[in-house]
Design a binder for this molecule. Structure first.
Ligand SMILES: C[S@@+](CC[C@H](N)C(=O)[O-])C[C@H]1O[C@@H](n2cnc3c(N)ncnc32)[C@H](O)[C@@H]1O
Length: 205
Protein backbone atom coordinates (compact mmCIF):
# COMPACT_ATOMS: atom_id res chain seq x y z
CA UNK A 1 0.00 0.00 0.00
CA UNK A 2 2.92 2.35 0.76
CA UNK A 3 4.59 3.20 -2.54
CA UNK A 4 8.30 3.83 -2.22
CA UNK A 5 8.84 6.03 -5.24
CA UNK A 6 10.73 9.22 -6.12
CA UNK A 7 7.65 11.51 -6.19
CA UNK A 8 6.47 10.58 -2.67
CA UNK A 9 10.07 10.81 -1.38
CA UNK A 10 10.39 14.26 -2.98
CA UNK A 11 7.14 15.44 -1.36
CA UNK A 12 7.78 14.06 2.12
CA UNK A 13 11.57 14.42 2.35
CA UNK A 14 12.92 13.32 5.75
CA UNK A 15 9.36 12.66 6.94
CA UNK A 16 8.96 9.78 4.46
CA UNK A 17 9.74 6.90 6.87
CA UNK A 18 7.52 8.28 9.62
CA UNK A 19 4.72 8.83 7.12
CA UNK A 20 5.11 5.25 5.85
CA UNK A 21 4.86 3.91 9.43
CA UNK A 22 1.78 6.10 10.01
CA UNK A 23 0.19 4.71 6.82
CA UNK A 24 0.88 1.14 8.02
CA UNK A 25 -0.76 1.88 11.37
CA UNK A 26 -3.81 3.29 9.58
CA UNK A 27 -3.96 0.32 7.21
CA UNK A 28 -3.79 -2.12 10.16
CA UNK A 29 -6.28 -0.43 12.46
CA UNK A 30 -7.95 2.52 10.75
CA UNK A 31 -11.03 0.72 9.50
CA UNK A 32 -11.51 -1.37 12.68
CA UNK A 33 -11.34 1.74 14.83
CA UNK A 34 -13.74 3.74 12.64
CA UNK A 35 -11.09 6.20 11.46
CA UNK A 36 -11.35 5.52 7.74
CA UNK A 37 -13.88 3.85 5.48
CA UNK A 38 -13.14 0.39 4.00
CA UNK A 39 -12.87 1.81 0.48
CA UNK A 40 -10.09 4.14 1.60
CA UNK A 41 -7.63 1.44 2.68
CA UNK A 42 -6.17 0.71 -0.79
CA UNK A 43 -5.68 4.42 -1.49
CA UNK A 44 -4.52 5.44 1.97
CA UNK A 45 -1.01 6.31 0.94
CA UNK A 46 -1.51 8.62 -2.03
CA UNK A 47 -5.00 9.98 -1.34
CA UNK A 48 -4.66 10.55 2.39
CA UNK A 49 -1.12 10.41 3.77
CA UNK A 50 0.92 11.94 0.91
CA UNK A 51 -2.01 14.24 0.05
CA UNK A 52 -1.79 15.71 3.57
CA UNK A 53 1.45 17.39 2.48
CA UNK A 54 -0.46 19.65 0.04
CA UNK A 55 -0.63 22.52 2.54
CA UNK A 56 3.01 22.24 3.69
CA UNK A 57 4.36 24.81 1.20
CA UNK A 58 2.03 27.50 2.61
CA UNK A 59 3.07 27.02 6.25
CA UNK A 60 5.00 29.81 7.99
CA UNK A 61 8.79 29.63 8.38
CA UNK A 62 8.47 29.54 12.17
CA UNK A 63 5.75 29.38 14.80
CA UNK A 64 2.87 27.13 15.69
CA UNK A 65 0.22 25.13 13.89
CA UNK A 66 -3.20 23.82 14.92
CA UNK A 67 -4.89 21.08 12.91
CA UNK A 68 -8.60 21.33 13.62
CA UNK A 69 -10.70 18.15 13.37
CA UNK A 70 -7.62 15.99 13.03
CA UNK A 71 -9.56 12.71 13.12
CA UNK A 72 -7.17 9.94 12.11
CA UNK A 73 -4.34 12.53 12.05
CA UNK A 74 -4.84 14.05 8.61
CA UNK A 75 -3.15 16.30 7.78
CA UNK A 76 -1.80 17.12 11.28
CA UNK A 77 0.38 14.06 11.89
CA UNK A 78 1.99 14.27 8.45
CA UNK A 79 2.68 18.00 8.91
CA UNK A 80 4.14 17.40 12.39
CA UNK A 81 6.52 14.86 10.80
CA UNK A 82 7.47 17.25 8.00
CA UNK A 83 7.93 20.27 10.27
CA UNK A 84 9.53 19.14 13.57
CA UNK A 85 10.42 22.82 14.16
CA UNK A 86 6.75 23.87 14.53
CA UNK A 87 4.68 23.45 17.72
CA UNK A 88 1.76 21.40 16.45
CA UNK A 89 -1.64 21.23 18.19
CA UNK A 90 -4.04 18.49 17.13
CA UNK A 91 -7.62 19.44 18.01
CA UNK A 92 -10.20 16.66 18.00
CA UNK A 93 -13.27 16.32 20.26
CA UNK A 94 -13.87 12.56 19.94
CA UNK A 95 -12.34 10.49 22.73
CA UNK A 96 -11.52 7.39 20.67
CA UNK A 97 -9.85 9.52 17.98
CA UNK A 98 -7.75 11.30 20.60
CA UNK A 99 -6.78 7.89 22.03
CA UNK A 100 -5.66 6.87 18.53
CA UNK A 101 -3.70 10.11 18.05
CA UNK A 102 -1.95 9.56 21.40
CA UNK A 103 -0.80 6.12 20.21
CA UNK A 104 0.42 7.57 16.91
CA UNK A 105 2.32 10.39 18.65
CA UNK A 106 4.06 7.86 20.91
CA UNK A 107 4.87 5.37 18.13
CA UNK A 108 6.28 8.09 15.84
CA UNK A 109 8.08 9.83 18.70
CA UNK A 110 6.52 13.18 17.87
CA UNK A 111 7.72 15.49 20.63
CA UNK A 112 6.41 18.64 18.89
CA UNK A 113 2.74 17.63 19.23
CA UNK A 114 0.12 18.61 21.86
CA UNK A 115 -3.29 16.92 21.82
CA UNK A 116 -6.50 18.77 22.75
CA UNK A 117 -9.68 16.78 23.25
CA UNK A 118 -12.05 19.71 22.66
CA UNK A 119 -14.08 21.38 19.95
CA UNK A 120 -12.12 24.15 18.26
CA UNK A 121 -14.49 26.84 19.55
CA UNK A 122 -13.65 25.89 23.16
CA UNK A 123 -10.11 27.13 22.50
CA UNK A 124 -11.15 30.60 21.31
CA UNK A 125 -9.32 33.12 23.49
CA UNK A 126 -7.09 30.36 24.93
CA UNK A 127 -4.97 29.28 21.95
CA UNK A 128 -3.43 31.48 19.23
CA UNK A 129 -1.33 30.00 16.44
CA UNK A 130 0.48 31.12 13.29
CA UNK A 131 -1.40 28.65 11.10
CA UNK A 132 -4.53 26.48 11.22
CA UNK A 133 -5.09 23.53 8.92
CA UNK A 134 -8.32 21.61 8.35
CA UNK A 135 -9.31 18.83 5.98
CA UNK A 136 -12.90 17.60 5.54
CA UNK A 137 -14.23 19.33 8.64
CA UNK A 138 -16.92 21.83 7.55
CA UNK A 139 -18.00 24.14 4.74
CA UNK A 140 -15.71 27.15 4.51
CA UNK A 141 -18.02 29.70 6.19
CA UNK A 142 -18.55 27.48 9.23
CA UNK A 143 -14.91 26.41 9.23
CA UNK A 144 -13.83 30.06 9.29
CA UNK A 145 -16.02 30.72 12.35
CA UNK A 146 -14.45 27.73 14.13
CA UNK A 147 -10.87 28.43 13.19
CA UNK A 148 -10.11 32.09 12.40
CA UNK A 149 -10.37 33.12 16.09
CA UNK A 150 -7.42 30.75 16.69
CA UNK A 151 -5.25 32.45 14.05
CA UNK A 152 -2.99 35.28 15.17
CA UNK A 153 -2.78 38.52 13.17
CA UNK A 154 -0.53 37.89 10.17
CA UNK A 155 -1.32 34.17 10.36
CA UNK A 156 -3.06 31.86 7.92
CA UNK A 157 -5.92 29.36 7.64
CA UNK A 158 -5.21 26.55 5.16
CA UNK A 159 -8.21 24.43 4.25
CA UNK A 160 -7.96 21.38 2.03
CA UNK A 161 -11.07 21.40 -0.09
CA UNK A 162 -12.78 19.52 -2.90
CA UNK A 163 -13.73 20.61 -6.40
CA UNK A 164 -16.16 23.30 -5.18
CA UNK A 165 -13.40 25.26 -3.40
CA UNK A 166 -13.82 28.38 -5.54
CA UNK A 167 -17.62 28.47 -5.08
CA UNK A 168 -17.27 27.87 -1.33
CA UNK A 169 -14.81 30.72 -1.14
CA UNK A 170 -17.15 33.09 -3.01
CA UNK A 171 -20.02 32.17 -0.67
CA UNK A 172 -17.90 32.54 2.47
CA UNK A 173 -16.18 35.81 1.47
CA UNK A 174 -18.44 38.13 3.55
CA UNK A 175 -17.99 35.93 6.65
CA UNK A 176 -14.24 35.79 6.10
CA UNK A 177 -13.99 39.59 5.91
CA UNK A 178 -16.12 39.97 9.05
CA UNK A 179 -13.76 37.61 10.87
CA UNK A 180 -10.73 39.70 9.96
CA UNK A 181 -9.46 37.99 6.80
CA UNK A 182 -7.22 40.32 4.78
CA UNK A 183 -6.91 38.15 1.66
CA UNK A 184 -7.99 34.76 0.38
CA UNK A 185 -7.33 32.55 -2.62
CA UNK A 186 -7.52 28.98 -3.92
CA UNK A 187 -4.39 27.08 -4.98
CA UNK A 188 -4.30 23.99 -7.19
CA UNK A 189 -1.52 21.79 -5.85
CA UNK A 190 -0.33 18.95 -8.08
CA UNK A 191 1.77 17.20 -5.45
CA UNK A 192 2.95 14.12 -7.29
CA UNK A 193 3.17 15.72 -10.73
CA UNK A 194 0.55 13.30 -12.06
CA UNK A 195 -2.06 15.90 -13.02
CA UNK A 196 -4.23 15.14 -9.94
CA UNK A 197 -4.55 18.38 -8.07
CA UNK A 198 -5.66 19.14 -4.52
CA UNK A 199 -7.34 22.44 -3.77
CA UNK A 200 -6.00 24.47 -0.87
CA UNK A 201 -7.88 27.56 0.30
CA UNK A 202 -5.47 30.07 1.84
CA UNK A 203 -7.00 32.74 4.09
CA UNK A 204 -4.59 35.38 5.44
CA UNK A 205 -5.55 37.32 8.55
C1 LIG B 1 -14.66 13.94 8.38
S1 LIG B 1 -13.56 14.00 9.73
C2 LIG B 1 -12.04 14.45 8.93
C3 LIG B 1 -10.83 14.02 9.71
C4 LIG B 1 -9.49 14.34 9.08
N1 LIG B 1 -9.22 15.77 9.08
C5 LIG B 1 -9.37 13.76 7.69
O1 LIG B 1 -9.17 14.50 6.73
O2 LIG B 1 -9.47 12.52 7.54
C6 LIG B 1 -14.01 15.49 10.62
C7 LIG B 1 -13.42 15.56 12.00
O3 LIG B 1 -13.68 16.86 12.54
C8 LIG B 1 -14.01 16.71 13.91
N2 LIG B 1 -14.78 17.91 14.30
C9 LIG B 1 -16.08 18.18 14.02
N3 LIG B 1 -16.45 19.37 14.55
C10 LIG B 1 -15.35 19.87 15.18
C11 LIG B 1 -15.08 21.06 15.94
N4 LIG B 1 -16.03 21.96 16.15
N5 LIG B 1 -13.83 21.24 16.44
C12 LIG B 1 -12.87 20.32 16.21
N6 LIG B 1 -13.07 19.18 15.52
C13 LIG B 1 -14.28 18.95 15.01
C14 LIG B 1 -14.77 15.39 13.97
O4 LIG B 1 -14.78 14.83 15.28
C15 LIG B 1 -14.01 14.55 12.97
O5 LIG B 1 -12.97 13.81 13.57
Amino acid sequence: MVVDDAPSRAVLGLAWSGAARFAEMLADEGELRGLIGPREVPRLWSRHVVNSAAVARFLPATGSLADVGSGAGLPGVVLALMRPDLDVHLIEPMERRIAWLAEVVEELDLDNVTLHQVRAEELHGRLRVSAVTARAVAALGKLARLTLPLVERGGVLLAQKGRRAQEELAEAAPVLRKLGAKSFSVHDVDLLGDGESTKVVEVRK
